[in-house]
Design a protein around this ligand. Structure first.
Ligand SMILES: NC(=O)c1ccc[n+]([C@@H]2O[C@H](COP(=O)([O-])OP(=O)(O)OC[C@H]3O[C@@H](n4cnc5c(N)ncnc54)[C@H](OP(=O)(O)O)[C@@H]3O)[C@@H](O)[C@H]2O)c1
Length: 236
């Protein structure tokens, strides 16, 4: 089985990639930084991936979307699982956001998953067990002050994922949306240095959900996981 994971150079994407490697998936890893991706390639091979390839690409560039799919298929021979995890956040009052910032965040968080799904569809249709997992966020449902651009982009991804799931259902493609609250990664360290990492959801918990989704059997499907921190934030 072959998986393409964006945002695989660190954080949640890296942890998901290594979980999939341990399940025996061949993995194609996307991020901007070649050196960090190469390190994850080595980790994935050590974790059990029969093959692992690094595809450095800036998903802020729309042309990268079809390119990463075609290079994955060339390298691995097909595509069974797509995990759209790359993302970037932006903090600040909506009064200060610029059109350039808005475009940059939307390009990576909303446009890239949309056009990667579009490019991947013909390959996924050839798979016996095609799955797409989009990593959005609780901010794709809720509104928190000073996260207007980030939240808007994740609402866009959430909306797209719901429509995409319906449109590809006739082809037997399972589509899942995972919407985590704060996860202990560099992203949160940069946005919320006031929160201790041990107070946050761990990236391994998200990877466990991915493992569950790709290994479970049965005719029922699970559309989405909305994961909030257990302590302190009930009904936030
Ligand atoms: N951490 C959280 O609390 C949290 C909560 C909910 C949802 N999420 C979502 O989960 C996903 C992963 O977040 P994370 O916390 O693991 O963040 P992270 O540690 O900052 O990792 C982000 C990943 O995205 C890649 N990326 C960013 N911009 C890119 C671009 N222009 N082109 C290609 N790759 C790019 C980065 O690779 P390079 O730097 O090498 O390009 C990196 O691999 C994101 O979509 C995020 O919005 C995170």
């Amino acid at each position: 089985m072959n998986a393409l994971i964006t945002g695989a150079s660190r954080g949640i994407g890296r942890t998901i990639a290594l979980e999939l490697a341990s399940l025996g998936y061949c993995v194609s890893l996307v991020g901007r930084r070649r050196e960090t991706l190469d390190a994850v390639v080595s980790e994935a091979l050590a974790a059990g991936a029969p093959r692992a390839v690094a595809i450095p690409a800036d998903l802020g560039d729309a042309a990268s979307c079809p390119m990463i799919v075609s290079r994955t298929v060339e390298s691995l021979g097909g595509l069974d699982l797509l995990v759209n995890c790359a993302g970037l956040s932006l903090a600040g009052s909506f009064t200060e956001a610029t059109p350039e910032q808005w475009d940059k965040v939307f390009a990576v968080n909303a446009r890239a998953p949309f056009f990667i799904c579009q490019a991947a569809l013909p390959e996924l249709r050839k798979s016996k067990k095609p799955v797409v997992i989009n990593i959005a966020s609780v901010v794709g449902f809720k509104g928190y002050a000073n996260q207007s651009v980030y939240a808007s982009s994740k609402h866009a991804l959430t909306g797209f994922t719901k429509v995409f799931a319906k449109e590809v259902q006739p082809y037997g493609i399972r589509v899942h949306l995972i919407s985590p609250g704060g996860v202990a990664t560099e992203m949160v360290k940069e946005m919320r240095p006031d929160i201790r990492p041990d107070e946050l959801i761990q990236p391994e918990e998200i990877a466990e959900i991915v493992r569950f989704l790709v290994t479970r059997k049965g005719s029922g499907t699970i559309d989405q996981f909305y994961i909030r921190r257990y302590s302190g934030l009930a009904f936030d």
